[in-house]
Structures are given as structure tokens and as C-alpha cells.
Design a protein around this ligand. Structure first.
Ligand SMILES: Cc1ncc(COP(=O)(O)O)c(C=O)c1O
Length: 392
């Protein structure tokens, strides 16, 4: 059965960060603003997920979780089916979200004062995970080749020194939307192996890939790559269940895995929540058809946005993503400084988008729009932007 992605669902008063969190986050009380920012979707999760959660809720007892074999099997099955990646049960380490995992990983794998490389502009919690643990951020900015962002490996070479212990790779990349090609990952991985730099590959967006692109799990490239990496995975972005805080690190290297488990234990974390277990199992086992429908809808939304902006708001340039539902918009031709750009979107257009400068080096002059919403909402957002532009 087809899922109705056009259905508009009121998310106010559901403790939604995207909709209810605006006052807390931006000091905005106005309910007329349209939030197209944080990375969750305004679509219902697949029916198989909703059904299993309703049934679990009806059971009525919500004690501690245990007995995870079917959970691990669902993860193994999904990685094989979706990414042709063979993983073993003992490699899977549960975490209550990828951001907590990034923090615990940096803690486990570095000493204060060490350096950690990231490719900017980048998802802001990458910076925090490094700084929270007393390490220094080393920026390896992405380059724009005229149509897409690419890695700057010459710059990477220059930044490497004996203090660099870790790199956090975003694959696919948030916010620029690149789905890295195998060749790109290979070159990067070989440099890191040569210089003893471990790679944490955040692949949370790895299921959200547009046609003609392919997500390559970093650790699937070779045994050496697997040994030198930690792969962050989750059903959260894919199936819109981020609020259930259920993710998995795939770590084939036993020494790294043990170090990470110690760090996780040090935070008192040992078990997933019972709803997260059920949702993951249902999504990974029965959710693929829904995902294909979602990807079609997202790609149509993307094409809609590109056409609209090209025709009606040509001062803004769309950086076409190869995956994710996040689109990086180049607003540099508006010649606003960062405060003016933020105010223009919030006050003139009444749109909440993520401001590019929050993604660090290379982000200023850009905004990130989330297109995972019914097309009518996206159209409304674009109409607001066009009108605000017309009044400039
Ligand atoms: C690259 C990336 N990593 C992690 C997260 C968040 O992960 P979690 O909600 O599991 O902490 C996001 C959410 O936007 C993201 O884009």
C-alpha cells in the first residue's frame, strides 16, 4: 500500500523540537513561522513501525530491556540487504543516539590535547564532541569544484601531525549532501591508515540516497578499513524515529570495541529502550518498501525545489544533494552578513532554516533547508521566500 506523504500532520504540542522547540531554541513565539530546520521529517513512520509500537504499548509493562538476539539479527539483515555489507553480531554496539556515541567515542579513543580532523562545513555536534573531551578541532575544509563539494586531500596532508588521532567523517555528508564515491573514500582511508588516524564514519544518513548514487559503508571497503574504523548507523533518520534514541556502532576491531564499551559503561549505559528495540526490528525487517516510496517522494520534492528556485529565486543557488533530505543553499549573492541573513529568513520570510555559519568554516552565506515535509508545506515555504525576496 502506498504511504500518503502529502498528508499534513499537526505536530504542535507533541514535544517536537522542530515545531514546539522554537521559543526555547530561537526565542520565537510566533506560531506563523514555518520550521524547515532540524533533521526530522514531517511524515508518519511506516505503518509496520506504528503497529508494533501500539502493540508494545498495549502490553502495558515497560520494565528493563533484555534478550537482544532478534534486534541484532534485524541490524545484520538490513546491512546485508541494503548495503551488501556483512557484519557480525559481536561487532554491534548499541548507543542511545549517534551524538552521544560520538562523544563517547572521542573520549574512548583520544587523550585531552589530541587533535581530531573534520571536513567543514559540518554538522555542529562534531565540533562539540571533540571540544567536550578536551581535544582540538582540525578543520579540513571541503572544496567546491563548481558543481559539488569534494575532499581536499592536499590540505589534509598538511594538517596531519603526530597529535592527530582521529577523523570524524560524515558519510553521506551533512550539510552538503555528498554521497562519497568509493574512490574518494579509498583515498581518504589509505591516508588515514598510513598515519595511524582512526576514522569514525557517521553514516546515519546512509539509507537516504538518491538515484544514481550508492552509499558505501566505509568499513565494507576492505579488512584494513574495517579495522581502522567505527561506523555509526541508525534507523532514526531513515524511518523518522529519532525520538526513540536507538542507534548502533559497528566496530569489528576488538581493541577499539572494548575501549568504546568501557567508555559507554562509564556513562552507565547498557541497554536500549523497549520502544526503540521494537521500532528498529520492525523498520529494518518490514520497512524497505516504505523507504523506496519515501525516497521517490523526497526526490520529487528536491526537483520541485530546484525548479522553483531556478525559476523564481535565481539569486539563491541550490547545491544539489546526492543523498539526505537536507539541501544546502548558497545565499552569498544576497550579500547579507550572518545576522542579516538570519533575520531575513526569520522575520521577512518567516522561515526557520539552519543558518550556514553554525556549520563552521565555509558555512557563512549559506542556509540548510529540510525538504522532508509534504510538498504543499515546501511550496508554502518557497512562496514565503520568494515574496520576501521580491520585497528587498
Ligand atoms: C550527521 C548526523 N549525525 C548524527 C545526527 C543525530 O544523531 P542522533 O539523533 O542519533 O544523536 C544527525 C542529525 O541530524 C546528523 O545529521
Amino acid at each position: 500500500m502506498k504511504h500518503d506523504f502529502d498528508e499534513k500532520i499537526n505536530r504542535f504540542n507533541t514535544h517536537s523540537l522542530k515545531w514546539d522547540g522554537l521559543e526555547e531554541r530561537f526565542g520565537i513565539k510566533d506560531r506563523e513561522v514555518l520550521p524547515l530546520w532540524v533533521a526530522d521529517m514531517d511524515f508518519k513512520a511506516p505503518k509496520c513501525v506504528i503497529d508494533v509500537l501500539v502493540n508494545r504499548a498495549k502490553h502495558g509493562i515497560f520494565g528493563y530491556a533484555g534478550g537482544y538476539d532478534s534486534y541484532y539479527n534485524a541490524v545484520i539483515h538490513w546491512m546485508k540487504k541494503r548495503h551488501n555489507w556483512n557484519i557480525k553480531k559481536e561487532w554491534i554496539v548499541f548507543t542511545p543516539g549517534v551524538v552521544p556515541a560520538l562523544n563517547m567515542l572521542v573520549k574512548a579513543l583520544t587523550h585531552p590535547g589530541d587533535e581530531v580532523i573534520i571536513q567543514t562545513p559540518i554538522y555542529p555536534p562534531f565540533y562539540n564532541a571533540i571540544k567536550n573531551n578536551g581535544c582540538h578541532v582540525v578543520e579540513n575544509p571541503l572544496k567546491f569544484d563548481g558543481t559539488k563539494y569534494v575532499m581536499d586531500l592536499d590540505d589534509l596532508y598538511k594538517k596531519i601531525n603526530s597529535k592527530v588521532k582521529l577523523m570524524i567523517l560524515c558519510s553521506p555528508h551533512n550539510p552538503v549532501g555528498r554521497v562519497w564515491k568509493e574512490e574518494e573514500l579509498k583515498k581518504l582511508g589509505e591516508i588515514c591508515i598510513k598515519h595511524n588516524i582512526l576514522i569514525i564514519a557517521d553514516e546515519i544518513h546512509g539509507d537516504l540516497i538518491f538515484k544514481e548514487n550508492k552509499h558505501i559503508p566505509f568499513a565494507s571497503i576492505s579488512e584494513d578499513f574495517a579495522k581502522n574504523s567505527i561506523i555509526c548507523t541508525a534507523p532514526s533518520k531513515t524511518f523518522n524515529i529519532a525520538g526513540l534514541e536507538t542507534s548502533n556502532m559497528i566496530i569489528s576491531n576488538e581493541t577499539i570495541r572494548k575501549a568504546f564499551l568501557r567508555a559507554r559503561e562509564g556513562c552507565g549505559i547498557s541497554k536500549p529502550n523497549v520502544f526503540g528495540i521494537e521500532a528498529l526490528k520492525a523498520a529494518y525487517t518490514f520497512g524497505e518498501e516504505w523507504l523506496w516510496e519515501l525516497l521517490n517522494y523526497l526526490e520529487e520534492n528536491l526537483n520541485f525545489l530546484i525548479k522553483y528556485i531556478e525559476e523564481k529565486i535565481p539569486k539563491i543557488k541550490v547545491i544539489k544533494p546526492e543523498g539526505t533530505y537536507l539541501v544546502w543553499l548558497d545565499c552569498k549573492d544576497l550579500t547579507f552578513n550572518k545576522k542579516e541573513l538570519e533575520e531575513f529568513f526569520m522575520k521577512n520570510a518567516k522561515l526557520i532554516l539552519n543558518q550556514g555559519h553554525t556549520y563552521g568554516n565555509g558555512g557563512e552565506g549559506f542556509v540548510r533547508i529540510n525538504i522532508a515535509c509534504p510538498r504543499s508545506i515546501l511550496e508554502e515555504g518557497l512562496n514565503r521566500l520568494r515574496k520576501a525576496m521580491d520585497c528587498l
